[in-house]
Design a binder for this molecule. Structure first.
Ligand code: MLT
Length: 302
């Protein structure tokens, strides 16, 4: 009977299938199979028994892939399983950047005790006025499961969507989303868009891709959204651009000391995939892959 260990809480809906037939290992050292969400495994020693790691999420930058390959440990992730949850938060991020919802909520909380809200409401309307997304240009960098969903949702909001992905052909992205105009280069996307959202994995080629030079090409007043990974953005350069007003808002799902408290930074504590539905989907997919590997030897990452 295989032993499993969950390094992070994983949705019960997914785990049901494991607990029926497998037993909890109690510790990582005794596990044949490990389920993980965001815990960092780079400095973790693996047991001799460990055969498989299933990551309930898309990014695998918390897992030492080379070491796993050397030690014969199979690694799965759950591409697409939380894409809808992330997409919805990206769209919410665009709304937060274009309408001062947070400023308005804070204003009401601060003023309701005085009973002056009705009198001062006209002032608030002016102070918290925003702009609409319809008709604005959105650049989507990375046309995987999340990027394509964001592109489609933004199109439905009336945005003009441009996509760029060096690994996805124009034809295949076109099949997934009829709404994407294709930017031939990422520079073309930087130069033309009012909102830019990044949906690429953290790899050597993508680390720091949104740097001073990339930001310099962007339009003044651009909104940049990062729900992919913190390391994709040179945050020192981003903060300079926020302070100078070149970037109007940096909406990030990664709290870091660099952006903390900076005007224009809208930072969320990595909540993109934190919905009941996404957590259930990821857990179900992770458990299915893990069992299919242990019981049938199948390596199918979907
Ligand atoms: C992902 O890579 O899909 C996310 O980091 C998921 C999560 O929040 O666990």
């Amino acid at each position: 009977m295989y032993k499993y260990y969950c390094l992070n809480p994983i949705s019960d809906v997914g785990l049901e299938k494991l607990t029926e037939e497998y037993v909890p290992a109690g510790t990582m050292e005794k596990a044949d199979a490990v389920l993980v969400r965001s815990a960092n495994l780079h400095d973790t020693e693996f047991s001799k028994n460990l055969k498989v790691i299933a990551r309930a999420g898309a990014g695998v930058n918390n897992i030492p892939l080379e070491r796993c390959a050397e030690e014969g440990i199979v690694v799965f992730n759950t591409p697409g399983a939380n894409a809808n949850g992330v997409k919805e938060l990206v769209i919410a991020g665009m709304f937060l950047a274009s309408r001062d919802i947070i400023g308005g909520i804070n204003w009401v909380q601060e003023n309701e005790e005085d009973g002056n809200i009705a009198k001062d409401a006209e002032k608030a309307k002016k102070a918290f006025a925003g702009c609409e997304l319809e008709g604005k240009k959105l650049g989507v960098i990375g046309l995987g499961a999340i990027g394509v969903l964001v592109a489609n949702a933004a199109t439905n909001l009336g945005m003009d969507v441009y996509g760029y992905d060096p690994y996805v052909s124009v034809d295949s992205a076109w099949r997934l989303s009829r709404s994407i105009h294709h930017a031939k280069t990422v520079d073309e996307l930087y130069q033309g868009c009012d909102y830019i959202t990044i949906h690429v994995p953290a790899m050597e080629q993508t680390k720091g891709m949104i740097d001073k030079d990339a930001i310099g090409l962007m339009k003044k007043g651009v909104v940049v959204l990062n729900f992919a990974r913190d390391v994709l953005v040179d945050e020192e350069a981003m903060v300079d651009a926020l302070l100078s007003g070149h970037v109007k808002h940096y909406v990030s799902d990664f709290p870091t000391p660099v952006t903390a408290g900076v005007k224009g930074a809208i930072v969320i504590p990595h909540l993109g995939a934190s919905t009941e539905e996404s957590e259930d989907n990821c857990a179900r997919m992770a458990v299915k892959q893990l069992r299919d590997y242990l019981e049938n030897g199948n390596i199918k990452n979907s």
